[in-house]
Design a protein around this ligand. Sequence first.
Ligand code: IMP
Ligand code: MG
Length: 185
Amino acid sequence: MAEKAKDKVIGKILFSQEDITKRAKEIGKQIDKDFEGEEIIFLGTLKGSVPWLVDVMKHTTVDSKLDFITASSYGSSTTSSGVVKITYEPQINMYNKNVIIVEDIIDTGNTLKYLMAKLQERGPKTIKICSMLNKESRRVADLHADYVGFEVDDLFVIGYGLDFDQKFRGLPYISYLEEDDVDSL
Ligand code: IMP
Ligand code: MG
């Protein structure tokens, strides 16, 4: 029965594993070009960015290091308030380094805006953003993403790291929740 309920709420496949791998490869090549001869730090936002981070990172050849940051956003479950708490601080030294924040999705942009300001305090050489998805229509904060996998409409997307109530992160594709069924989960 549980399987049936789960099937019902997952929408169509928006981006398949093949689509995502292809895009990660393109972005990896672009990062190689942009940072030729330099070193970068990939800074993944836990937990949602992990599958995408791995895909992008393995398609780069520039010297890189890896760390993570966890930001919890207060507010309702489906939209962020901009009041952000960092619950895991990166351990790596970012002073004078090229940092690429790897995110699952940019929605209002409030979370990343806050993180960018906090990370600037560590004196990095550059900070760029690499997001798997971008919901441009929902943007509130003045924020520019340097590398974007795909643009998405205003849907609640799930899979490939993205969750609803911590579920669906393991789907090997990006889908969305059918609105009417969210409460029945
Ligand atoms: P923002 O601060 O509004 O840009 O929200 C950023 C965070 O909210 C993302 O990193 C996700 O964790 C979460 N989020 C926003 N939209 C979605 C969605 O459609 N599906 C799953 N998580 C989302
Ligand atoms: Mg996130």
